[in-house]
Ligand binder design. Structure first.
Ligand SMILES: Nc1ncnc2c1ncn2[C@@H]1O[C@H](COP(=O)(O)OP(=O)(O)O)[C@@H](O)[C@H]1O
Ligand SMILES: [Mg+2]
Length: 258
């Protein structure tokens, strides 16, 4: 598990609007890469191109290439549904299926993939919930609704659901922005553990969080509203926070932005 992502000359559009321009970057396998940058610079938009979710939006399209190891995700023969299976996503607001039990939430993706055996599902529930550091808190109430959990628990449930299908890559779009500080630390610990197995990309508006959890940091910026967002630089996180190459990066991380 855990593949390398290679993006080359990627332009991302909403119909005629060029939202993100000319991104070239490599995301190393089994590492954590943070995306930072001001609101509206295209972090979420770019993130969604990494599992072909961007094109679900009417008018959403890309130019350029995204490769997962040696596979071109946008090649004609590639099934976007299979891509979304191998590149999982966790969203800003925890979004467990509200009427489903904790158990059914975790195995929802597996069932869609046709897995039926009771034993296989039971095992997946235990492994995934343990992987998401949630097992001990919920093992006695697996049949209760996922919506009954706290926000932080719900987000870990969503992570369990994402890893249940054994993806290669985990994309997280501001996964802690709706959580309290304790739950945030729990998610950060979890991200740190998950990178042993997965390639992780995490968008965060919290620079301390980027500094704490990531190995590499990518800074995105935009020249002005209505202009495309661009990748300014990507480097080791310590380098980005201590000695970035670009002035814009330094201004942003030191709060002199805008
Ligand atoms: N569904 C959409 N349709 C049209 N434009 C969009 C859509 N979603 C985002 N955008 C635009 O794309 C740009 C990048 O947005 P976004 O990726 O959400 O930025 P970020 O995540 O960095 O805050 C913004 O100008 C935003 O208004
Ligand atoms: Mg966003």
């Amino acid at each position: 598990m855990g593949k390398r992502i290679d993006v080359k000359d990627l332009n991302v559009y909403y119909s005629d609007f060029l939202a993100v321009e000319g991104v070239t970057m490599t995301v190393e396998p089994r590492s954590v890469t943070a995306f930072i940058g001001p609101s509206g610079c295209g972090k979420s938009t770019f993130l969604r191109t990494l599992n072909r979710m961007h094109e679900v939006i009417p008018g959403g399209r890309v130019e350029g290439s995204v490769r997962l190891d040696d596979q071109d995700l946008y090649a004609k023969e590639i099934d976007p549904v299979a891509v979304r299976r191998s590149v999982g996503m966790v969203f800003q607001r925890p979004n467990p299926f509200p009427t489903m039990s904790i158990y059914d939430n975790v195995v929802a993706g597996l069932r869609l993939n046709g897995v039926k055996g009771r034993k296989a599902l039971d095992e997946a529930v235990e492994t995934s919930l343990k992987g998401a550091n949630l097992w001990n808190e919920v093992k006695d109430r697996l049949k209760k609704p996922g919506a009954g959990l706290s926000g932080g628990q719900q987000q870990r449930l969503c992570i369990a659901r994402a890893i249940a299908v054994r993806p290669q890559v985990l994309l997280m779009d501001e996964p802690c922005s709706a959580l309290d500080p304790i739950s945030t630390l729990a998610i950060e610990d979890l991200v740190n553990e998950l990178k042993t197995d997965y390639t992780i990309v995490i968008v965060t508006h919290n620079m301390q969080q980027a500094a704490r959890v990531s190995d590499r940091t990518a800074f995105f910026n935009l020249a002005a509203t209505g202009k495309p967002g661009k990748l300014i630089e990507i480097d080791d996180t310590t380098r980005i926070f201590n000695n970035p190459k670009e002035r814009a990066t330094e201004d942003y991380i030191s709060g002199r932005f805008g």
